[in-house]
Write a protein that binds this ligand. Sequence first.
Ligand code: GLY
Ligand code: MN
Ligand code: MN
Length: 455
Amino acid sequence: MPRSSNPLAIPDPGFYLRPIMRYTPLSAATYREHRARFNQAMDKGGLAVFHSNDIMPTSADGSMPFHQAADLFYLSGIDQEETVLLLFPGAHDPRDREILFVRETSPAIAIWEGAKLTKAQATELSGIANVQWTSSYDDVIKRLMPQADALYLNSNEHLRQSNEVQTREERKNAELRARYPLHAVKRSAPTMHRIRSRKTTEEVAQIRNAVNITAKALRKVLAYMKPGVMEYEVEAEITHEFIRHGSRGHAYTPIIASGRNACVLHYITNDAPCKDGDVVLMDFGCEYGGYASDLTRSIPVNGKFTPRQRDVYNAVLHVQKEATKLLRPGTFLADYHKQVGGIMEEQLIKLGLLDKKEVAAQDPDRPLYKKYFMHGTSHFLGLDVHDVGLWTEPITEGMVFTVEPGIYILEENLGIRIENNIVVTKDGQDDLFKDIPREVEEIEELMAQGKHVKV
Ligand code: GLY
Ligand code: MN
Ligand code: MN
């Protein structure tokens, strides 16, 4: 390391300026396309502001790993804290039509935290020519607000959002509204939900990358599973496989739930032994380049399903296959979920879990199948595992969904869910996990072979 008379000077700028990315990012052209989609939906004179997330504190001087705000990432590809994006397509000066603000680095930051993006790197990643330091954001806003007719502010309008902590975006939005109380304010979220739900080609490819790593982890686990293995040991095998393939880890907290634990839908303690004779439900998916995958497989701990486990498994598999066929352009998700409920009902009657006559007389608003299948069948998948999307409009080509029916029978210590990820195509769907085993025979065979095969 070259010596410097100034101890705070960057000793070797080449080292600190090295772009560090463990994943291959989407192209700048894709981010341009994403911004064009947003701009098109904005009213004339609109100025949109998007913020990154905060680095969340834990306690003492600890912090959580940084997790970028999905909307900011979707529009820019910038995975760094203190980033702001302005979109102002009607700005008088073409240089003001899109401006990206990134955190300015310093010798001290370089030494303690490592490289931050240079302006040139931020341009290369995002395709945005005008990159400035975040410290100049306030001055730029002051200059541009008089030109703007309306402010487009973003917020979390996810159907199930529940967050007691104020985000950086909410904080900055409040500041802006207080400073410019006479500007009309419009919501960016409906447009974000619309454009993010219809994936661009490169986004699907990135989800495929995530899916492929998740599939490798599944194959590893099929060989690894045996009676006595702890659920967290399975989790560790999966984590290892994810990280060594360039993922930063799990897209959500994994569920490794053996026996009765599988009946706890959000079981994440993963601290019980996998017992001989039990089925273990494993719901895991890696993130890659910010995109999520979301797989569930339920496998026999000892490598062989009992006849009853096999029947329940095949019932779930039947529902999954039938449900998948229904996810087509033009379908409404509410209708789809109702139809899947009917298919599940038939299977539960066959399994002796529901009575046909009672089902015929049930309150349609409180169908009996919910006793054994209490969650939805599908959700949007993308940058967020439960991605944003349009729940009240027809499904269109390019949407990505999970299909994940399950049957949970507490009195039998058995919970089975099978989950795949599908892309809706012009006339049907493409199952991203189609090469991953899900038939009973395939799973049993792979588990038997796996004991001898190095994965
Ligand atoms: N892993 C969360 C879900 O399947 O929706
Ligand atoms: Mn899942
Ligand atoms: Mn899911």
